[in-house]
Design a protein around this ligand. Structure first.
Ligand SMILES: Nc1nc2c(ncn2[C@@H]2O[C@H](COP(=O)(O)OP(=O)(O)OP(=O)(O)O)[C@@H](O)[C@H]2O)c(=O)[nH]1
Ligand SMILES: [Mg+2]
Length: 358
C-alpha cells in the first residue's frame, strides 16, 4: 500500500512524516524540499506480537504502509508554479491512497501565503486542483480518441468504448465532482485504470496544527473524504524523536493517547478499508495488508504470485482461536483449521496458509 501525503507547500507534510516515521528526515534550513521521502510505517498489532510469543520465529515482520512525503504544491498562479504543480502531481498518481495535509497552524515561513491558517480554503482549493488535473488528462485523451474515430484509420470499437467511459468521467469532473461513486463495470474500470485519477482513489483529510478539525469541513469538500482527523504534528514529531523512556510523561502532559504512527495507521486502515492477515511458523511470523473483502487468491498473491497461480486451498483460522488454544497442536486437535477455496473472503486477523500446486 502506497500512501502519499499531498498538500500545498509548507502545510507540514514532512512534519507529519516525521511524526509517524521510524527514522525522521532532517530538514535543511532555508532549503526547500525537492525530492520525495519514502519510508515504511510499521503497523503495530498486538495480535501479531502474540503470534511471535507462540511461534518464537526466526523472523518477525509486521505489516507496513509505504508512506510518501513529496514536496508540496506551490500555490502561485505564475506559469512556473503551474508547471511545478503539474509535475509534482503527475509523480504522485501511482499512489494507492492520499492523505490531504492541510495547514492548521500560523506561520510566516512561506511568505506568499497568508500567515493565519485557513484549512477550509486550503482544502477546497486542493480538491479543485486535483479534480482539474484529472479533467485535463481525461479531456486530452478524449480529444485524441475523437480524432482517431473520425479518421477511421483502424478498428474503433475499443476507442469508442474508452471514449464512452471517459465522457462519463468528464461530465462529473467538469461539474467539479469526483469519481468516487461512479458505477463502472470491470471492463470500464480497466479502461480508465491507467489514468490513475485522483478523483477515483481514496482520499483522507488531515488538518495539521493546533486548530483541530473544523466542524463540517470534510463534507464541504468536492472530493469524497474517507476519513478526517487532526494532528498537531510538531508535537507528535517531537514525541517521536524522544527517548522511549521519556515518552509517557510527555504524552500525559499533552494529552496524547497513542503514538502518531498508530493513529495514522488506524485512520488509513479504516478510511481505505484495509485489513491485516497473518502467516505464521517457526521461520517467520508476518502480517500482510489487503482490502477488506479481498478473496483468498488475492491474499495469496500478496505473498507470492506463484501462490496465486497455483492456488489449491487456503488453510484458515482466526487469530482468536489460536490465542485461545495457545498452540498449533492444540488448535489442530480441536479441529480449528478450515480449508477454504479461492473466493473465500479473508477476514481481519485470519491466519492463512496457502496450499499451492506450484
Ligand atoms: N506551529 C506549527 N508549525 C508547524 C507544524 N507543522 C509544521 N510546522 C512548521 O511549518 C514549516 C513547514 O513544515 P514542513 O513539514 O516542512 O512542511 P511541508 O509541507 O513538508 O513543506 P514542503 O515540503 O516545502 O511542501 C516548518 O517550519 C514546520 O516547523 C505544526 O503542526 N505546528
Ligand atoms: Mg516537506
Amino acid at each position: 500500500m502506497r500512501i502519499a501525503l499531498l498538500g500545498w507547500e509548507g502545510s507540514g507534510k514532512t512534519t507529519v512524516f516525521n511524526a509517524v516515521a521510524d527514522a525522521p528526515v532532517a530538514p535543511t534550513p532555508g532549503v526547500r524540499q525537492t525530492e520525495t521521502h519514502v519510508q515504511v510505517v510499521r503497523v503495530r498489532d498486538a495480535r501479531l506480537e502474540r503470534c511471535r510469543e507462540i511461534f518464537q520465529p526466526r523472523k518477525y515482520t509486521p505489516a507496513g504502509l509505504e508512506l510518501w512525503d513529496p514536496p508540496g504544491l506551490p500555490p502561485g498562479t505564475a506559469e512556473a508554479d503551474k508547471e511545478r504543480r503539474h509535475r509534482r502531481l503527475a509523480a504522485l498518481r501511482e499512489a494507492d491512497a492520499f492523505v490531504l495535509v492541510v495547514r492548521g497552524f500560523a506561520t510566516d515561513q512561506y511568505p506568499y501565503e497568508r500567515a493565519a491558517p485557513d484549512p477550509r480554503e486550503d482544502l477546497l482549493r486542493l480538491a479543485e486542483e486535483l479534480i482539474t488535473a484529472d479533467f485535463v488528462i481525461a479531456q486530452t485523451r478524449a480529444e485524441k480518441l475523437r480524432e482517431q474515430i473520425l479518421r477511421k484509420a483502424r478498428t474503433q470499437d475499443q476507442d469508442r468504448l474508452e471514449l464512452a467511459v471517459l465522457d462519463k468521467c468528464l461530465e462529473r469532473l467538469e461539474a467539479g465532482r469526483d469519481l468516487a461513486d461512479l458505477a463502472l463495470d470491470e471492463a470500464d474500470e480497466k479502461r480508465i485504470r491507467g489514468f490513475q485519477f485522483f478523483a477515483r482513489k481514496p482520499c483522507l483529510l488531515l488538518v495539521n496544527g493546533p486548530v483541530g478539525l473544523p466542524e463540517g469541513l470534510a463534507s464541504a469538500c468536492a472530493l469524497t473524504l474517507r476519513g478526517a482527523s487532526a494532528m498537531d504534528a510538531q508535537i507528535d514529531a517531537e514525541l517521536n524523536a524522544m527517548d522511549p523512556a521519556d515518552r509517557p510523561a510527555f504524552m500525559a502532559e499533552f494529552g496524547i493517547e497513542a503514538p502518531a504512527a498508530d493513529r495514522f495507521v488506524g485512520e488509513v486502515y479504516r478510511g481505505v478499508g484495509l485489513i491485516s492477515f497473518f502467516t505464521v511458523g517457526e521461520d517467520e511470523v508476518r502480517a500482510w495488508t489487503i482490502h477488506a473483502g479481498d478473496p483468498a487468491v488475492v491474499a495469496a498473491g500478496r505473498i507470492h504470485t506463484d501462490l496465486a497461480k497455483g492456488f489449491v486451498r487456503a488453510e484458515v483460522f482466526p487469530f482468536d482461536a489460536l490465542d485461545a488454544a495457545g498452540s498449533m497442536r492444540e488448535l489442530k486437535a480441536q479441529g480449528g483449521v478450515r480449508l477454504e477455496p479461492k473466493d473465500y473472503r479473508v477476514k481481519d486477523g485470519d491466519i492463512v496458509h496457502i496450499r499451492s500446486a506450484l
